[in-house]
Design a protein around this ligand. Structure first.
Ligand code: MN
Length: 290
């Protein structure tokens, strides 16, 4: 059985644009190696928004060198990018955007949600790309809730959605560049579940709602993330309340992580190149609204 390596908390919220009240759960600025291949997790909400005619969110900005994965739990997010990718996603839907060689995008509340207001909750995960794929073609996977395989856990413990990778032979919905498992898990209070993962991979368990005791009995509360030791291929979670989790598992890369805002590369030189390419318009522009 795997043991807990460390637990990280952050209850400070900051605004991303004027639409996303975010807690930074982890970031590559801190412990990049321990979280590899994951770079960052921002958890936005739960929050309530009033009806508005204003566009709330973040305007045009670039990314290069990784993928952004947006999972909506409540509310609606609209995305457009310079490759022509885009869409509106609602509760249960996921957008898996491959920035890779570079693109420009915008992220706003969806128009229907803005009009009605209401509960808003989402998470955005950044997944690193191996050095050899950092300059690959950008891409966009809009994944509807109905396309995501849903698995009932043994003994009525709860359920699991395979967003990416594999869960006990059930293949996830998203295509990935390196081995990554992203599981969206719901557990009933008092239940226990055992999860099998490849030995040597990074495993992080983020508690969105509720609370758990994990591995050797360590308790993990709301908005906390537990990182498990790499060795071992199994861990057990006991839900101490009705719980929602995001389990992240992936093969770590032994490559340097050098980031600057929206660019994450392997060296300073590649960051400077990214800035120059963006300034010269090489990451494109978003088509003007008509
Ligand atoms: Mn972005």
């Amino acid at each position: 059985m795997k043991k807990v390596s460390f637990v990280q908390s952050n209850n400070q919220r900051h605004w991303v644009g004027n639409g996303f009240p975010v807690r930074s759960v982890f970031s590559y600025n801190d412990r990049a190696a321990e979280f590899s291949p994951f770079l960052l997790l921002d958890y936005a909400g739960p929050a309530t928004f009033e009806p508005t005619t204003e566009r709330k969110g973040v305007g045009e900005h670039p990314h290069r060198g990784f993928e952004t994965v947006t999972i909506v739990y409540d509310g609606e997010v609209e995305h457009r990018d310079s490759t022509g990718g885009g869409g509106i996603i609602g509760p249960g839907d996921v957008q898996w955007m491959t920035a890779a060689g570079g693109l420009v995008h915008e992220e706003f509340h969806g128009p229907n949600f803005a009009k009605t207001g209401g509960a808003f909750e989402m998470a955005q995960l950044w997944v690193n790309l191996p050095a050899k794929h950092k300059l690959a073609e950008p891409g966009y996977q809009g994944i509807a809730n109905a396309q995501i395989p849903h698995v009932e856990l043994p003994d009525g413990a709860g359920s699991l959605r395979v967003i990416a990778g594999d869960y006990n032979g059930t293949r996830g919905a998203a295509r990935t560049f390196s081995p990554v498992n992203v599981w969206d898990v719901t557990l009933k209070a008092g239940s226990r579940a055992t999860f099998r993962v490849p030995d040597g991979y990074t495993t992080a368990v983020f508690v969105m709602r509720g609370g758990i005791a994990i591995a050797d009995g360590k308790t993990v509360g709301e908005a906390d993330i537990a990182v498990l030791e790499r060795s071992g291929d199994e861990f057990e979670i006991e839900a101490t309340a009705d719980t929602k989790l995001l389990i992240l598992n992936g093969e770590p890369f032994a490559e340097p992580v050098v980031g600057y805002g929206p660019f994450v590369m392997n060296s300073r030189r590649e960051i400077e190149q990214a800035i120059t390419d963006f300034q010269n318009g090489k990451m494109g522009r978003i088509a003007v609204h008509v």
